[in-house]
Design a protein around this ligand. Sequence first.
Ligand code: GDP
Length: 587
Amino acid sequence: MLPRSIQVGELAKAFDHSVVDVMQALVNLGLMVTINQTVDFDTAALVAGELGLEVVPEELPTVAEAEAEEAVPAVREALWTDADPSRLRERAPVVTVLGHVDHGKTSLLDAVRQTNITARESGGITQHIGAYQVEHKGRKVTWIDTPGHQAFTAMRARGAAVTDVAVLVVAADDGVQPQTVEAISHIRAADVPMVVALNKIDRNEADPDRVKAQLAEQGVTIEEYGGDVPLVPVSAKTKQGLDDLLDVVLLVADVRELKADPDRPAVGNVIEAHLERGRGPVATILVRTGTLERGDLVVAGTAYGRVRAMIDDRGKTINKAEPSRPVEILGLPDVPEAGDVVRAVPDEKTAKAVVEAEQRRRAAGAAGERPATLDEMFAQAKEGKAKELQVVLKADVQGSLEAIRGSLAKLPQEEVGLNVIHAAVGDITESDVTLAAASNAVIVGFNNKLDAPAKRVADHLQVDVRLYKVIYELLDEVQKALVGMLEPVMVEQVLGHAEVRQTFTSGKTTIAGCMVADGLVRRGAQARLMRGGAPVYDGRIGTLKRFKEDAREVAAGLECGLTLEGHNDVVVGDVVEAYAVQAKARG
Ligand code: GDP
């Protein structure tokens, strides 16, 4: 399965071969390209031939059974998330609330919800289904009801980056705390815009200026200080500032121009799911694009079923759910996992094909496509695959953390960057591990340990955790990873020289009768024709014969007859220099 054109680096990944192999194959085909250049399908197919692989042109999941063939356009539609731009309509932003424990995340979520239920609906009972929607000035905003960066990053690690705006809750009386710092790293790593909700502003101990300065120390510069992060003082208790918070969330969302196509089959993500007696598997789905309708056939993860009923966050039965709307659905045969993708499909045939594509994707993931260990980094490194090493850094005390951070920043990184996505004091926790998994990072620990739950998650998500007791060793290993990651260099190796002793013509072709002076000459090898010490031709050896027989190689001291591809100007006294180009790792 290959697209019409593909970058060399991507091609190597697709073939599960090293960049060095792929570049070598391209060289063998007479193409000198760099890792970032794009080749077309035909070239990719030739490379595949060189590597002994077969390829199929198409980006579609190849559906094994022929009977599924006609379902393919539907599979494409189901897997495809973005539609024709003219069909896109504005959708509600999806907000996640993060911050330190007890700073008021849950209280804020409750306050926003209670304050913004429209009059028409206020009689309804609120149902906690994992997410809810409120209306503010005629516009909708979706809030994920599970606060905290654990859930946020766990979803992201599973490929479900549903959050459009992150609200960082900081208690005005307590300021920036360890989990605030963690939350900041998680938000940054996800590249999601942040709004600070400065909570508990009603308290006498509230000290907004101190919090603003602490945020600045963490690199979060609020608008008032000339940065781009809005800060809204609020109180979940008195409800002060909640309208402003919603205003700001919508403003930030507007910059992102959040859109979806409501007129296509729905694609969403599972927010949470469980088994309920009498109701069977119950899953809350956040619709990302399209409209989910009651009766739709949906694939959730690797199972499919018909949506028997849909219930919204007010406990009301509904028939349709548009983009950004959270709904609880009944009718799935199995309990899916949070983060699983849900897709509406037209028929069972398509459902089967989509399940198959998903199983294939999972198998590929399980085979270690995504997570990078430092060893894999070294390896990828040697092949020039990775361009930036992502690191989560934890150390026992602030002093060593700063020292290591400073030294890491000084490592040479002209070609391969080092990006510390989170640095903090303490043992390595589950949250560090999910962050690393979601960001393809390695965890580097100094004088600390991995707690038991973190170890379990690290094993499960295959995150590489490296613990050190000596700073020098830590720096040395990271440096090796960086150096190894350099792109391969193309090295030329001269194979040998052959002197032209006589020339013959056969039709229009000139055959050079040669004596191999040193090394060897090879059929198909790259070759230069040297005349008076200067190259007059650079191409390939075409045919190569020993007496009348075709030969693959002719070694020093032997005579041979050869032709140069597309070149007939050969005279006695010229020298044919055969050479090979090899891709080699640097450093
Ligand atoms: P979470 O751990 O971040 O979800 O925090 P909670 O929402 O559970 O709140 C922790 C405590 O702070 C609770 O006792 C809340 O009543 C209190 N609290 C939350 N928001 C406010 C607020 O704006 N003002 C005051 N005074 N107390 C608050």
